[in-house]
Design a protein around this ligand. Structure first.
Ligand SMILES: Cc1ncc(COP(=O)(O)O)c(C=O)c1O
Length: 395
């Protein structure tokens, strides 16, 4: 049976070039980057080279790149490292749990958080961020791209508000990395987290951009690694893999004339998939339009509701037919609650439960789309025939 993976926002496979770049650092060049002998120097040089690549990727200074274990650590570091009792924190109700749970933790220490809700389109209105600011506000954290809908938030405008008001600004850019061009000065952020495994790199490694002069307390203390910003022996193969994935992502973002590059190809495939699925009656896209306007989204993601069925039943039915996709966020798999993102956008529980995320790998092919477009309508029809009408409403 043909197998199609359309859950890139949960994780991605390594690209072969990433695997090849990492390979020597598992066994031949296994040194500790802090050791002074040759083995140590080999590892140290590899980490330095990776840092140069990441500085290019972020468009920042090398001293502003801190390697870590991924998105969760970057998000936690921003919150735990900057906020003190009595501070006020502004974030949104559609963030990843790495932000939401960290906000809960600092609440116990006397940090109050305002959760700004999105518009029904999934977009955060920068004016709502501005209105939430208080004299005690120390940090604003807004994601670049939502993991469930792919909606791209107006981070540049929020960055300007943060700059005008002298508030620190963190961006969870885990789902934007490799899909949109990064520029730390343009974004106006002090901190930005990314994770390698969402961009065809290895799991358990990532980077945090920390603008020079940002008074962040490290989450982990011990050795003097990463300029004392993140203690722990560097994951050299992981760091090399992250940098290779970032290098490939930079090429794919700049690989051709408008309309001809990898990202444009991906957007065309996503649109083809979306249009095909929307032929099924009782379906619609979450986070695609704001009245007459098209909402900006990352190229690989679409989130679709299917009336008259349970999303989880469709995930299982599609899995049996060779298609891997997610309902809600894969990071919460097993949870029976409907997606907090879709609920915050104003969907009712039934529709939120009947929504699925299709997220394409960069390596997706036309044959993958064909297969999914063949399988989804059959599975939907089959499930709807089995379900009582009460599961949802058509139209
Ligand atoms: C938006 C967002 N932030 C943070 C994370 C956590 O990243 P990691 O898996 O590297 O800890 C994820 C993972 O799904 C995510 O989608």
């Amino acid at each position: 049976m043909r197998r199609v993976y359309m859950d890139a926002n949960a994780t991605t496979p390594l690209l072969p070039e990433v695997m090849e770049a990492m390979r020597p650092y598992w066994m031949d060049h296994f040194g500790n980057a802090s050791s002074i002998h040759l083995h140590g120097q080999q590892a140290h040089t590899a980490v330095n080279r990776a840092r140069e690549t990441m500085a290019e990727f972020f468009n920042c200074h090398e001293a502003e790149v801190v390697f870590n274990s991924g998105g969760t650590e970057g998000d936690n570091t921003a919150i735990f490292g900057l906020l003190h009792p009595g501070d006020h924190f502004i974030t949104t109700s559609i963030e990843h749990s790495a932000i939401l749970e960290a906000a809960k933790r600092v609440a116990q220490k006397g940090v109050e958080t305002t959760f700004v809700a999105p518009q029904p389109s999934g977009l955060i209105d920068p004016m709502d961020i501005r209105r939430a600011i208080r004299p005690a506000t120390r940090l604003i954290s807004v994601m670049l791209a939502n993991n469930e809908t792919g909606v791209l938030q107006p981070v540049e405008e929020i960055g300007k508000i943060a700059a005008e008001t002298g508030i620190f600004f963190h961006i969870d850019a885990v789902q934007g990395a490799g899909k949109v061009e990064f520029d730390m000065r343009r974004f106006g952020c002090h901190l930005l987290s990314i994770s390698a495994h969402k961009m065809h790199g290895p799991k358990g490694v990532g980077a945090l951009f920390v603008r020079r002069g940002t008074p962040i307390e490290p989450l982990l203390v011990g050795g003097s690694h990463e300029r004392r910003q993140r203690a722990g022996t560097e994951n050299v193969p992981g760091i090399v893999g992250l940098a290779k994935a970032a290098e490939l992502a930079m090429h794919s973002l700049a690989d051709g004339t408008p309309g001809g590059g990898t990202i444009d190809r991906l957007a065309r495939m996503r649109d083809w998939l979306e249009e095909g699925i929307l032929q099924i009656p009782g379906t619609g896209v979450n986070g695609a339009r704001d009245g007459d306007k098209v909402v900006p989204r990352v190229a690989n993601t679409t989130n679709i509701w299917f009336d008259q069925l349970e999303g989880e039943a469709l995930v299982i039915a599609l899995d049996l037919k060779g298609v891997s996709i997610s309902g809600g966020s894969a990071c919460h798999s097993g949870a029976t609650e409907p997606s907090h993102v879709l609920m915050a956008m104003g969907l009712d529980k039934t529709r939120a439960r009947a929504s699925l995320r299709f997220s394409l790998l960069k390596t997706a092919t036309g044959a993958d789309i064909d297969h999914v477009l063949q399988v989804v309508p059959q599975a939907v029809e089959h499930l709807r025939a089995l379900q009582p009408v009460a599961a949802g409403t058509l139209g």
